[in-house]
Every structure is written in structure tokens, then in C-alpha cells.
Design a protein around this ligand. Structure first.
Ligand code: ADP
Ligand code: MG
Length: 250
């Protein structure tokens, strides 16, 4: 699904090494975590996987395709096959929730859309909003949704084009534990019900413990370790206050 061999990324005429000699394979159907402290190279790794940045050295294969020299139509076709969930969501505030989910489908059109095509796109966008549990919000605007709901709209948008792979940058970083779980549940559903391979970048170990099959540990641009995780799942029976009592030793 993803294969990196000897990948390095340097910025600022080589003054900054964001990634160094990374070898990594991600298998189809995995929920693969990427963790590391701020500046470890996590976002750079995602930028390389989406072909937004070219590596300074090494080779990258995603969905069976080498990303070297990818441009023009080939690059657009490749991008259509992956979904990206950005850090901090980035929904368009002047578009309804449904129209935000529609956006990648509209951008992915080649030529003029027929009425039937438009209908199919709207049906698909509705279906994805239902998938993330937000069908009833379709005519609202992003500002009328909570942070966790906005993040789920971002995931619906990323899934709209039926990607085989979605890449998520810190999808729960600004959310509380319960809301985080709702977002993570959608990622697990995407893997279980749609067969999507999921890469999730996070600094939150709880995310890894809850949903990841394996996790890569990055430190200052180097891949230090890849660990198989036995995900504990999302069925937290404890309430927030119960967890607080336990963790605080009451
Ligand atoms: N466009 C850029 N130009 C220069 N340096 C960059 C750029 N993007 C990232 N870096 C540097 O590369 C390193 C890794 O950054 P990043 O991939 O954003 O880390 P993380 O997402 O793990 O916090 C950091 O030292 C950062 O300052
Ligand atoms: Mg980052």
C-alpha cells in the first residue's frame, strides 16, 4: 500500500533534515499510526505520501505507484485515489456541510457534469455524511458544528472519492476524549466497512492504544521503531469522571 526506501527530506538548502533514511511499509487494511514529538517529521512524511513534497533522496511507492516525477494528469489521478484529513480540518465556511463533502467530487470531474452525474455526486456526499453520523447536518454551515463534528465532516470529505488510503494529520488534537472517540470510531469504520487503509499521525498515545495495528516511532526525522499494537478498541465503559478519578488516584 505504501513503501518507502531510504527516504530523506531536507529543507532550506540542506540546513534542516526533516526525515533521514526512512524505510517503511504499510500494508493494505492497516490502521497505521505515526507518532513523535513536535518537529519529528510526521507532517513531512504525510506531505511526501501525498506527493506534495518530493523526497531529497530515496523512493516512495503509494498504491503501487512510484511517486517520482509524478505531475499533471497522473498527479491528479493519484491524488483522487487518496483521501487527506488535514490538521485543523479546513472546511470552507461559506459552503454548507454537504457542499464541503461534494467539493473533491466536483474537483475530480473531467469535463462538464451531466445532471445524472451531479445527482450521483450528491447521493454519494449524503451517503458519506450518513456514514460519519451527520446526515442531519447537511444543510448547516461548518461554524454551526462542534469541533468533533467538523472533523467528521473532514473525514466524510476525504472518503467521498472512495480512496483506498486516507492520511490523517492529528485528527483529534483539539478534541476531548469522548469527542476524540467519535472521530476515531469513524476511522475504524472506514477500515472495517469500506476497506480503507488508514494512516494516522498523532502525538497522542491514547489514539494509538485505541485503534492502531502498528505504529512508527519518529524522533528528529529518524524512524526509531515500528511496534505492533494490540488495539484495545473504543468501547470505553468508564465515564469521563470515572476515568478522572482513576487517573488522579482517587
Ligand atoms: N517547509 C519547510 N521549510 C523548512 N523547514 C521545514 C519545513 N517543513 C518542516 N520543516 C522542519 O522539518 C522538521 C520536521 O517538521 P514536521 O514534519 O512539520 O514535524 P512534525 O509534524 O512531526 O511536528 C522541523 O524541524 C521543521 O521545522
Ligand atoms: Mg505536524
Amino acid at each position: 500500500m505504501v513503501e518507502l526506501a531510504g527516504v530523506a527530506k531536507r529543507y532550506a538548502q540542506g540546513a534542516v533534515t526533516a526525515l533521514e533514511d526512512v524505510d517503511l511499509q504499510i500494508m493494505p487494511g492497516e490502521i497505521f499510526g505515526v507518532i513523535g514529538e513536535s518537529g519529528a517529521g510526521k507532517t513531512t512524511l504525510l506531505d511526501i505520501l501525498t506527493a506534495s513534497e518530493a523526497p531529497s533522496a530515496g523512493s516512495v511507492t503509494v498504491l503501487g505507484r512510484s511517486l517520482a516525477g509524478l505531475e499533471g494528469k497522473a498527479l491528479r489521478d493519484f491524488r483522487r485515489r487518496i483521501g487527506v484529513v488535514f490538521q485543523g480540518v479546513h472546511l470552507l465556511s461559506n459552503r454548507t456541510v454537504l457542499d464541503n463533502v461534494l467539493l473533491p467530487l466536483e474537483l475530480g470531474r473531467s469535463g462538464r457534469a451531466t445532471a445524472a452525474r451531479r445527482r450521483a455526486e450528491r447521493d454519494r456526499a449524503h451517503e458519506m455524511l450518513e456514514f460519519v453520523g451527520l446526515a442531519e447536518t447537511s444543510e448547516r454551515f461548518p461554524a454551526q458544528l462542534s469541533g468533533g463534528q467538523q472533523q467528521r465532516v473532514g473525514i466524510a470529505r476525504a472518503l467521498a472519492g472512495r480512496p483506498d488510503l486516507i492520511l490523517c494529520d492529528e485528527p483529534t488534537s483539539s478534541l476531548d476524549a469522548t469527542t476524540s472517540d467519535e472521530v476515531l470510531r469513524v476511522l475504524v469504520d472506514a477500515r472495517d466497512r469500506l476497506g480503507t487503509t488508514v494512516v494516522v499521525v498523532t502525538h497522542d498515545l491514547e489514539v494509538v492504544r485505541a485503534i492502531c495495528d502498528r505504529v512508527a516511532l519518529f524522533e528528529r526525522g529518524a524512524l526509531r521503531d515500528v511496534i505492533a499494537v494490540r488495539a484495545r478498541g473504543l468501547d470505553r465503559s468508564d465515564s469521563y469522571l470515572d476515568r478522572a478519578r482513576k487517573e488522579l488516584g482517587a
